[in-house]
Design a binder for this molecule. Structure first.
Ligand SMILES: C/C(=C\CNc1ncnc2c1ncn2[C@@H]1O[C@H](COP(=O)(O)O)[C@@H](O)[C@H]1O)CO
Length: 298
């Protein structure tokens, strides 16, 4: 994968000086701005995963563990008091005015109105749309950003943002702090997040975790393939298909995810007026310890 980006790609903009030329490889990382050959240093994930051989481990990987650890500590610290939340996934490429983008806005707003925080990947497209809906619904809008070679930064509708270098640390947060997933149409990133959640539920690492897909036309061919091939060839059980439901409207998506949590969209357990300060939302035992089998206790 290329580590290059060019000004004008929709990246963070920077003035083009005559000396910089028209279109040169370009990156910005905090106060540091890099051009041409300097951009080729790659991301932290690349350094960890892309380098083979023993030299890397002996000299630098032990130190990288400290950085990875700090991502978990900072993520846990930032999100610990979030309350009920749903993670919303979907394509980074959808545009305002399209069905999927506007559906994500509606989902974000409905969740916010139900008193449920919205967690996204903090990027553009359907992530931005869900964050936007959460803000419009006067709710909590969370973005878990990821350092990418083609960095886009957190979208402007994120109110609580955490930036990660490592995908695996970030993915832990999506599950640990959400009570369910809503998945809009998307590409590889969205499929990765969907299948990770399905495996965690299938293997009992998380319980009571509704996964709702929006868009029957988009998702049904995949569900049909899963039924025909994965169930058909005995790779999964027929009951594993019960892990997901597919709907067509934002209202149904939110109703379904909240129903899976034992609540309702309006006036339910998570509605602002009805929040019971002592309610642990099924996440801890009476002794305050994480319940076995929940994301907390996994
Ligand atoms: C591709 C573009 C920007 C990428 N920026 C992203 N920022 C944050 N999170 C991202 C980004 N790209 C993918 N993700 C994660 O994967 C899911 C979407 O990926 P998909 O392949 O588009 O389905 C999303 O839920 C994120 O968690 C500029 O166009």
């Amino acid at each position: 994968m290329s580590t290059e980006s060019t000004p004008g790609d929709g990246e963070q903009s920077t003035p083009r000086t005559p000396a910089a030329g028209g279109s040169v490889p370009w990156r910005r990382k905090g106060p540091i701005e890099l051009r041409r050959r300097q951009t080729k240093q790659g991301t932290a994930d690349q350094h960890l995963l892309d380098t083979k051989g023993p030299g890397r481990f002996v000299h630098t990987d032990p130190w990288r563990v400290m950085r990875i650890q700090s991502e978990f500590v900072e993520g846990f610290g930032a999100l610990a008091e979030l309350g009920p939340a749903v993670s919303v996934f979907g394509s980074a490429r959808t545009r305002p005015g399209t069905l999927y983008y506007e559906s994500a806005v509606a989902i974000g707003r409905l969740l916010a109105e139900a008193g449920v925080a919205v967690i996204t990947g903090g990027g553009p497209g359907s992530m931005e749309a869900a964050n936007r809906g959460a803000v419009e619904g006067a709710g909590t809008s969370v973005g878990l950003g990821i350092e990418l070679p083609f960095e886009t930064g957190l979208n402007s509708w994120v109110d609580l943002g955490v930036n990660f270098r490592y995908f695996f640390a970030r993915k832990t947060m999506f599950v640990k702090y959400a009570h369910g997933f809503i998945v809009l149409p998307g590409g590889l990133g969205t499929l990765d997040e969907l299948f990770e959640a399905m495996v965690l539920v299938q293997t009992g690492k998380v319980t009571q975790f509704p996964i709702v897909l929006l868009g029957t036309e988009f998702w049904n061919p995949l569900v049909d393939w899963i039924r025909a091939t994965l169930v058909g060839e005995g790779m999964i059980s027929a009951s594993d298909l019960d892990l997901i439901s597919v709907v067509d409207s934002p209202e149904d998506a939110v109703d379904r995810v909240l129903a899976g949590l034992g609540t309702e969209r309006r006036g339910g357990m998570f509605g602002n007026a009805d929040v019971d300060e002592d309610d642990d939302f099924g996440m801890v035992d009476g002794d305050g310890e994480p319940e076995a089998g929940t994301a907390e206790g996994a």
